[in-house]
Write a protein that binds this ligand. Structure first.
Ligand code: ZN
Length: 388
């Protein structure tokens, strides 16, 4: 479900003027706008704070005399009256709902330069506050209220693209005391997936993403710890890499999974049991984390995260098939209750192939095949619509 028309709400210091009413249609936006406020910081900087119910995916653009923050998958707040202080660079705030995207348009008294990354902060909830996107900026050099703090130089480029990189957390499954599955030739899942994860990080970094590994060496991490790294890094996408084993040594191919409470089929259920078993050794902490996540996510939000995950996973399956990587027979995307995917971050668990199959064990060990897998995953990430 989508908004069928653009919705414009304008706010000024004089109060709220609804230029168009919100349509009745509800849609599965996973995020909601709570408040918008401005303040003045030392050095005559203007501070803009956008508070949302969940950690937002956002981009920033700089049309003339405006600062536009586009929030992905966020619903406008009709009742919102932004709190604008006198003397800041912001003279009015407008919300524009376009499909699932919400644009917060700040009309400025003077032009500004692109805001340096250091002056943009994401704050996690504390006390009465939800997630806050905080930006500090001053008038560009030459403008009447220019300050010495203006950075970026005189040649700072105006940009209409996102100034924040999308964050991808790459989780190499297993590690340490948990080897994962082991091929007949002795190849360990934890070794293969770490190698692929490191290669993937290099390629995604080079492609302009901000990536983090849940583990960068042979260490054991609980599944909840892995998921919570996605939360802490404010990830836009979480990818958990694995390799499979099947009682039938003839079974080959990749498969891709997203989180659901119920497994989509018997095989998916068994796989989730096997992957979740990594924590059977040590379940402490998971139940609490699981509870926290359930509280953090309303059922509507859970639905939206699931939809985004499935969208990514479908794209990933296509990218793998286009790269002529053998697919395990069955649906493109399956679903199962994987503990590692239980978070507010959309994501997927990718079984790169079967270590239980002799030919595929050889492939999974080879650097060239790992490169092929990495190239397909990079394409899937580039094709993913982070803004939906
Ligand atoms: Zn695994």
């Amino acid at each position: 479900m989508k908004f069928t028309r653009r919705t414009l709400l304008k706010f000024t210091g004089l109060g709220t003027v609804a230029i168009a009413m919100l349509p009745r249609v509800a849609f599965a936006a996973r995020n909601t706008l709570r408040t918008v406020r401005t303040g003045i910081q030392p050095g005559n900087k203007t501070r803009l704070v956008i508070e949302t119910g969940m950690r937002p995916s956002y981009s920033i653009s700089y049309p003339t005399n405006q600062l536009v923050v586009t929030l992905s998958n966020t619903a406008a707040n009709v009742a919102l009256a932004p709190s604008l202080v006198a003397g800041s660079l912001v003279r009015a705030i407008t919300q524009v709902q376009s499909g699932d995207k919400l644009q917060i348009i700040a009309d400025l008294n003077y032009p500004i330069n692109e805001i340096p990354r250091d002056d943009i902060m994401m704050l996690s909830p504390n006390g009465d506050n939800d997630y806050r996107l905080v930006m500090d900026f001053s008038a560009a050099a030459g403008a009447p209220v220019a300050t010495a703090a203006a950075s970026g130089g005189t040649s700072a480029k105006k940009s209409s693209g996102p100034s924040r990189k999308y964050v991808v957390v790459i989780d190499a499954g297993h590690g340490g005391k948990d080897p994962g599955c082991i091929g007949k030739g002795g190849t360990q899942e934890k070794v293969v997936v770490l190698s692929v994860a490191k290669k993937l990080k290099n390629k995604l970094d080079a492609a302009g993403f901000q990536t983090y590994l849940t583990r960068s060496n042979d260490t054991y991490l609980k599944l909840a710890q892995r998921a919570s790294i996605g939360e802490k890094k404010h990830a836009d996408l979480f990818l958990s890499l694995h390799a499979n084993a099947n009682p039938s040594r003839a079974m080959q191919g990749f498969s891709i999974y997203t989180l659901s409470e119920k497994a989509s089929d018997e095989e998916a259920a068994k796989l989730a049991d096997a992957e979740n078993a990594a924590d059977k050794i040590d379940v402490s902490g998971f139940e609490q984390f699981d509870k926290d996540i359930r509280i953090a996510l309303s059922s509507l939000q859970q639905h939206a995260v699931a939809e985004m995950s499935v969208e990514y996973a479908n794209g990933a399956a296509s990218a793998f098939k286009r790269a002529n990587i053998k697919q395990q027979p069955g649906p493109d995307v399956r679903h199962a209750p994987f503990a590692v995917l239980r978070s507010t971050v959309p994501g997927a668990l990718i079984e790169l192939g079967h270590l239980s199959n002799a030919a595929e064990e050889k492939l999974l060990k080879s650097s060239s095949h790992q490169d092929k897998l990495v190239a397909a995953i990079v394409k899937s990430v580039q094709a993913y619509n982070f803004d939906v």
